[in-house]
Design a protein around this ligand. Structure first.
Ligand code: NAG
Ligand code: NAG
Length: 319
């Protein structure tokens, strides 16, 4: 059951960030399913000021709630839109990201992803999300290689949803070149070029289904979709989007590297990047991200993410 716990804590925490941002402190009362010390610290600690600040006008939030006492360690470096407001209507996201290899043990997870979400009626159990990206997750695959992955939920990561094709949900397109869960290779080496995956999630206007596109060092092609009928709120639209990375480790293990394992200020182009960041509108047209988004970083000393400029940013850290 450890695997589930690890994942749930990661996703619940991610959800928590979204939720707090959406509804302010009120929402903390609905985050009772995984009452971790970090969640409590975030809800009741100084971070709530920062979240309020973020909601009003900041583009930067730094949280410092990491509590090493008793549970799995989770760190984020994420950019996210505001979400849940009347003008928060989103239909797709496109990004190119480098893929890196690291030696991880069971009990460690590193993930780089993009996500579209809907906060539902504000209660955790109505939260809808699609997440796609690459991750290294030995407990799920029995190896320490990067895999292309998908994840979905329509109830705040509780009873619905899963990775890849582990449960019904994702429908593969005929002739798709890859399937969720496939190994990504080759990976970027220290002296070799960065290998890039381009991912796109968009709502098809005609069918209402959410399509996933994947490309390796090239333009992405459709690999399959999440049917509109899988979702409640996401059936209409997304009201939040985010991209970034997170790492999780059992408390007995070091946190694994994020991105390339090098912080953006490590310089010389060695930090991992998101490039070609693009919005996709209701009609499927894409345009480069020209504005910065709020960011959420659990501990700036360990991992960071740079502001979005020219539709790009750098992120990562050693762990
Ligand atoms: C809140 O955010 C401000 C501005 O980014 C930062 O200087 C401060 O350290 C943050 N406080 C906490 C507790 O994270
Ligand atoms: C991957 O993307 C980076 C950043 O845009 C670029 O410098 C690099 O050449 C790309 N690698 C390949 C193999 O296309």
């Amino acid at each position: 059951m450890f695997r589930l716990t690890l994942l749930r804590r990661a996703v619940v925490l991610c959800l928590f960030f979204h939720a707090v941002q959406i509804r302010g402190i009120r929402l903390s009362s609905t985050i009772h399913e995984e009452p971790t010390s970090l969640a409590r610290a975030l809800a009741y600690g100084p971070v709530k000021q920062n979240l309020t600040y973020l909601k009003s006008n900041s583009i930067e939030t730094t949280t410092s709630g990491q509590d090493s006492s008793s549970w799995d360690q989770t760190y984020f470096a994420v950019h996210q839109t505001s979400s849940g407001g009347p003008t928060d209507n989103y239909y797709g996201l496109h990004a190119t990201m480098g893929v890196y290899g690291h030696k991880l043990k069971p009990g460690q997870l590193t993930s780089t992803y993009i996500t579209v979400t809907h906060s539902g009626d504000g209660v955790k159990s109505s939260f809808n999300a699609i997440q796609v990206g690459w991750h290294i997750y030995p407990e799920n695959y029995g190896d320490s290689r990067p895999h292309f992955y998908t994840y979905w939920t329509r109830d705040g990561y509780d009873a619905t949803g899963c990775f890849n094709m582990n449960c019904p949900g994702f429908i593969r397109a005929n002739g798709a070149l890859v399937a969720p869960g496939d190994v990504i290779k080759p990976i970027s080496g220290v002296h070799e070029p960065v290998q890039n995956v381009t991912l796109k999630v968009l709502k098809d206007k005609a069918s209402g289904d959410w399509w996933v596109y994947y490309g390796f060092n090239g333009n992405p092609t459709g690999v399959g979709y999440f049917p509109r009928s899988l979702f409640t709120y996401l059936a209409q639209k997304a009201n939040g989007m985010a991209f970034g990375a997170f790492v999780v480790a059992d408390k007995t293990l070091p946190t694994p590297p994020m991105g390339s394992g090098i912080r953006p200020n490590g310089g010389q182009g060695r930090a991992a990047s998101f490039t070609n960041l693009r919005f996709i509108d209701q009609d499927g047209r894409s345009s480069p991200m020209t504005t910065d988004w709020p960011k959420l970083v659990t501990n700036n000393k360990c991992h960071s993410i740079t502001p979005i400029g020219h539709a790009e940013c750098l992120y990562g850290g050693p762990g």
